[in-house]
Design a protein around this ligand. Structure first.
Ligand code: ATP
Length: 357
């Protein structure tokens, strides 16, 4: 696909008049956004800016307010308070002008059941002056095998890929994706990841919500974490993970008994320094925190494993991942694709509350 036809941002100044020296406004600017459903505040004083040719990821647990925020940016909801600008325009008042410049991935809707992906991509492309040829989108999205299959027979993941293709049909400057790879298999997720990276390289701007934190670490230039409708952290991935204290991560040959977890924590702790051992999602994986990971502490760890005959398969010392930071801030695990075998107590423990007891 080729570069966007127009620059992503618009030269403006704060008064809306021509700027004396050319400055580039953010592609999306959200200022003090509030959204209420009756008396319920779903989005509370949310402010962020999406810069041109960047990937901006909006994260948060279920019900945090991501979709509400995204739908307001798309112009589907009027703000209860605050202000939203997209490409310098009001997403509701200027919806017609924005339609050709903003690509939106439709969620869960049903398209013409008899139409095929090729026909639908051609139909959508017909709304735009310079559409991407359907064959290009079919190839980019790996839909070749089902290009001529009727929509009603496509799998959920194939429909999701097609929805992404439809959002791209008009070569949008801004692409808004609400959980783009939900329900996709790993290969399709990887395809979406590389597609987003290549769109960004072309100079397009991407605003997305997702629960795929590993993707966010690889792709996003800027991240905002929503929790109960408020932004609890935002910045680059490095900014966010820099706040996590360095921790050691170990993977043991066998998962430890719960009593042994406590014993290990006690063996590593010293007066004034309480080391905590957090069980990770993967059985046998643990995170140690609470004290600087000095060579002495690591030696104690190795000795404890040696004395107790515990094999170490992997160990790593460093700052936490985005997932660690996310969990610290939200205490959320269900959003990461857990199936419910982890209790809220364990989640709290992993989010910084110590060893599950
Ligand atoms: P998820 O990850 O589950 O998609 P989300 O972060 O996108 O969640 P929203 O869909 O924006 O969250 O919902 C935010 C809150 O607003 C939730 O508590 C939800 O129940 C509530 N809400 C959303 N839409 C409506 C509505 N139409 N009427 C009343 N409450 C709503």
């Amino acid at each position: 696909m080729t570069a966007p036809r127009q620059p992503a941002g618009e030269p403006v100044d704060e008064r809306g008049a021509s700027a004396p020296t050319e400055t580039w406004a953010p592609v999306v600017r959200v200022e003090g956004l509030e959204q209420r459903y009756g008396s319920r505040v779903a989005v509370d004083d949310v402010t962020f800016a999406v810069e041109p040719a960047t990937v901006f990821a909006l994260l948060g647990p279920n019900g945090a307010g991501k979709t509400t925020t995204i739908e307001t940016i798309e112009g589907y909801r009027a703000p209860s308070g605050g202000r939203v600008r997209v490409l310098g325009l009001d997403p509701r008042r200027d919806r017609g002008r924005l339609a050709a410049r903003v690509g939106i991935m439709l969620q869960g809707g049903t398209l013409y059941p008899q139409a095929t992906p090729v026909e639908l991509l051609a139909l959508f492309g017909g709304f735009f002056r310079d559409p991407v040829p359907p064959s290009t989108l079919i190839e980019a999205l790996g839909l070749g095998a089902v290009a001529g299959t009727r929509y009603r027979s496509l799998s959920g993941g194939e429909r999701q890929r097609l929805a992404l293709g439809l959002a791209l049909a008009g070569r949008p400057e801004l692409l808004i994706l609400d959980e783009p790879s939900a329900g996709m298999d790993p290969a399709a997720k990887a395809a979406v990841r590389s597609l987003i990276a290549s769109l960004r390289r072309e100079g397009r701007t991407i605003l997305l919500t997702t629960h795929e934190l590993a993707d966010v670490e690889r792709l996003a230039d800027h991240v905002a974490i929503l929790h109960h409708g408020r932004i609890v952290a935002q910045g680059t991935v490095a900014d966010l993970t820099g706040g996590s204290e360095p921790a050691a991560r170990i993977r043991l040959a066998e998962p430890l008994e719960e009593a042994d977890l406590g014993r290990l924590a006690a063996a590593l702790s010293s007066p004034g320094q309480r080391v905590t051992v957090h069980a990770d999602r993967v059985a046998g994986s643990y995170r140690l925190a609470g004290a600087p990971m000095t060579p002495v502490l690591l030696r104690h760890l190795a000795e404890w494993c040696s004395i107790h005959g515990v094999g170490i398969e992997e160990w790593r010392v460093g700052r936490g991942s985005l997932e660690d930071r996310y969990l610290e801030l939200t205490g959320d695990v269900t959003a990461l694709g857990e199936t419910g075998d982890e209790t809220a107590r364990e989640a709290r423990a992993r989010a910084g509350g110590g060893v599950p007891s």
